[in-house]
Design a protein around this ligand. Structure first.
Ligand SMILES: Nc1ncnc2c1ncn2[C@@H]1O[C@H](COP(=O)(O)OP(=O)(O)O)[C@@H](O)[C@H]1O
Ligand SMILES: [Mg+2]
Length: 188
């Protein structure tokens, strides 16, 4: 708390506050560009998050400009912290949803690019994972499932290498289902 303002996070390029619009009773998060930021604008991040929103991924964008992105507040816990005290069934549900979200991003060609550090870039809100921070995201490619798999490995799961290799080649449903089921096998 800073003079009545909730600071929820601080990065090298931005400060993140809880905020609300002048009209309407919704809780938002405002990601504000720092004066000393190396990035000249937050607009590409806002735009990529908005594209992710079209497949239901990421906090919903309210508005954005060069210096601020306002999106819906997520009342959640960083995945790394959540994971430590989650039951195995809860972990399974979160892993499944996370992989499905990564697959959707692959389908539309939005690459998050920082998902292998899952523990910081996913918040868990009422048992549901929300992917945040599209700062390094880009259009084209689509290797989010691979990134998530690497992140899950850091949380102690064994990556299904053969299925991942096949998925990388075809980006298809069949290989994805194999990746998913081999991860979920470890969480039952
Ligand atoms: N929609 C959100 N709801 C709640 N907290 C958020 C939200 N977005 C970001 N945060 C918090 O702010 C922190 C920094 O946000 P992030 O987008 O990762 O900024 P940076 O890239 O500058 O680190 C996050 O780790 C998280 O704790
Ligand atoms: Mg960041």
């Amino acid at each position: 708390m800073l003079n009545g303002v909730w600071v929820v996070g601080k990065g090298t390029n931005s400060v993140v506050f809880k905020c609300r619009p002048a009209i309407g009773n919704v809780e938002l998060t405002c990601k504000v560009r720092r004066g000393d930021a190396s990035r000249p604008t937050l607009a590409p991040e806002g735009q990529l998050l908005q594209i992710a929103n079209t497949v239901g991924v990421g906090p919903r964008v309210y508005t954005y400009s060069r210096d601020v992105i306002a999106y819906f507040y997520i009342d959640g816990i960083p995945l790394g912290k959540w994971w430590a005290s989650a039951r195995v069934e809860e972990r399974g549900a979160v892993v499944e949803e996370l992989l499905r979200q990564a697959f959707k991003l692959d389908t539309i060609g939005v690459s998050h690019n920082e998902l292998s550090r899952l523990e910081k870039h996913v918040l868990v809100e009422r048992g549901r994972p929300v992917i945040i921070d599209f700062e390094s995201a880009s259009l084209g490619g689509g290797n989010n499932v691979t990134q998530v798999a690497n992140g899950l490995m850091r949380l102690g799961l064994k990556p299904p290498l053969d299925a991942l290799r096949r998925y990388k080649r075809c980006l298809c449903h069949e290989a994805f289902n194999d990746v998913l089921s081999q991860f979920l096998q470890q969480l039952t």
